[in-house]
Design a protein around this ligand. Structure first.
Ligand code: MN
Length: 200
């Protein structure tokens, strides 16, 4: 069975005005779809063809760059869409909130650090909140291009796509405004918290 573009749990216009319907038509409908299409072409006849997407990402890392790029981009985008909700924003509750405050001093300080690191992620990439099992702590991590914590020991909890295609229609060059909007109004903290409970 070929890899598929995942169905979204919300309408393409549901994330507006932070992310417009036009951005979603391109970002989800064209960019994400193209990674899925390219991946299906690249894995045809290879053992990757019969793996789960996350297995393809882990098995192709450092081994087959073209497969990795498209598999990781397919996985990263699916994870990104899951991190968003039209009813998102605000703050997490429970242990994740307590551990964020313990590390950053306040939720606002964490939010500002995340936005600053996203703004400073040079070129195309992704900005993540991860759980580092070695330090048993939360960390904000930047990755470039298709790189993903899925191919590392870190466990991804939250991601924001900072490739220009994620924000250029709505914000032009103002990446900071896009990331702040996502953090303040779209992050599905229930999803992020569930990832955290599973991670530690
Ligand atoms: Mn993207």
């Amino acid at each position: 069975m070929a890899f598929q573009l995942p169905k979204l749990p919300y309408a393409l216009n549901a994330l507006a005005p932070v992310i417009s319907e036009e951005t979603m038509q391109y970002h989800y409908g064209k960019h994400h779809q193209t990674y899925v299409n390219n991946l299906n072409q690249l894995v045809a006849g290879k053992p990757f063809e019969h793996m789960m997407l996350d297995e393809v990402v882990m098995m192709s890392a450092g081994f087959d760059q073209a497969v990795f790029n498209n598999a990781a981009q397919a996985w990263n985008h699916t994870f990104f869409w899951m991190c968003l909700s039209p009813r998102g924003g605000g703050q997490p509750g429970g242990r994740l909130y307590n551990d964020i405050v313990a590390k950053w001093g306040s939720f606002e300080a964490f939010r500002d650090d995340f936005v600053a690191k996203a703004a400073g992620n040079f070129g195309s990439g992704w900005t993540w909140l991860v759980f580092n099992p070695e330090t048993e702590g939360l960390e904000i991590v930047n990755t470039s291009n298709a790189e993903t914590p899925l191919a590392s020991d870190n466990i991804p909890l939250l991601v924001v796509d900072v490739w220009e295609h994620a924000y250029y229609i709505d914000y032009r060059n103002a990446r900071v405004d896009f990331v702040r909007g996502v953090m303040d109004r779209l992050v599905d903290w229930d999803f992020v918290s569930r990832n955290y409970y599973r991670a530690c």
